[in-house]
Design a protein around this ligand. Structure first.
Ligand code: ATP
Ligand code: MG
Length: 256
């Protein structure tokens, strides 16, 4: 069995009083092996965030089953969900989601504080990570005192500090300039090289080119996937761009 299995996922949002239905995901099937770095691409409204919300147990599918490391997500009891999220998953968001009144260090350690991890253990996990991510000189600063790229690196450190089974990232480079994006993607590639499993939603072919597989979703279904194989990031980026262009042209023709 694969590390992450997504089987026949359907997600229908029902409006208030059951008035209006939106089929956000129709029939999504894919699996991810341990240690893979997978990107998900698709136009606005194609269901990417919906999919991440289901994977992160923030929402439940209407039909279908998601299994992570042998655990069906629906089998987790409601009161155990937040602990499951904290211990097993790491999140990286477009807008960093750091608490303004906490220093970077306190932001990073927050998941461990919630788990009541001993202070000594916290410090020993923190040090190598902040060094690796290049923010060791900044950890006593507050989020408003550092750059967007540095904030995102603190957010990545926070995602890694619990040693999660799976990192989920929603547009992690979305709020960054091209240089900071590149630094971040190189970091994610390094993290992937340590066998960390990552699933990332992105609009950027360049960001996706750092992963080893790209899933394309449209109208709530995965309609295409490409593997990087032994191509360089540059070659892979060109293939991703072509796939996006092809899908876009097809969409245009369908509408005429
Ligand atoms: N809570 C909700 N209630 C009702 N409809 C929703 C809800 N969340 C999303 N939708 C609808 O579901 C569809 C998929 O939305 P989703 O947010 O997953 O798209 P997305 O691929 O993440 O888009 P973007 O690239 O703009 O972030 C859209 O038609 C959206 O309007
Ligand atoms: Mg979205």
């Amino acid at each position: 069995m694969a590390f992450l299995e997504v089987k026949h996922i359907r997600k229908v949002y029902t409006g208030r009083l059951g008035s209006k239905e939106t089929i956000a995901l129709k029939n999504v099937n894919f699996s991810v092996n341990e240690g893979e770095f997978v990107s998900v691409m698709g136009e606005s409204g194609s269901g990417k965030t919906t999919l991440l919300n289901l994977l992160s147990t923030l929402d439940k599918p209407t039909e279908g089953e998601i299994t992570l490391a042998g655990t069906p997500l629906t089998a987790i009891k409601e009161k155990e969900l937040s602990r499951f999220r904290r211990e097993q998953l790491g999140f990286i968001f477009q807008d960093f989601n750091l608490l303004d009144n906490f220093s970077l260090k306190d932001n990073i350690l927050l998941p461990l504080v919630l788990e009541q991890v001993p202070v000594k253990e916290m410090e020993s996990r923190l040090k190598p990570l902040v060094e690796r991510l290049g923010i060791s000189q900044l950890i006593n600063n507050y989020p408003y005192e550092v750059s967007g790229g540095q904030k995102q690196r603190a957010a990545v450190t926070r995602a890694l500090i619990t040693k999660p089974k799976l990192i989920l990232a929603d547009e992690p480079t979305g709020a960054l300039d091209s240089k900071s994006s590149e630094v971040l993607m190189k970091l994610l590639a390094d993290i992937h090289a340590t066998k960390q499993t990552i699933l990332m939603v992105t609009h950027s072919a360049r960001a996706a080119s750092y992963s080893n597989r790209v899933l394309f979703i449209r109208d709530g279904e995965v309609y295409h996937e490409i593997y990087r194989g032994d191509q360089t990031a540059e070659e892979f980026m060109n293939r991703i761009s072509q796939a996006l262009l092809f899908a876009f042209n097809r969409g245009e023709k369908n509408e005429i």
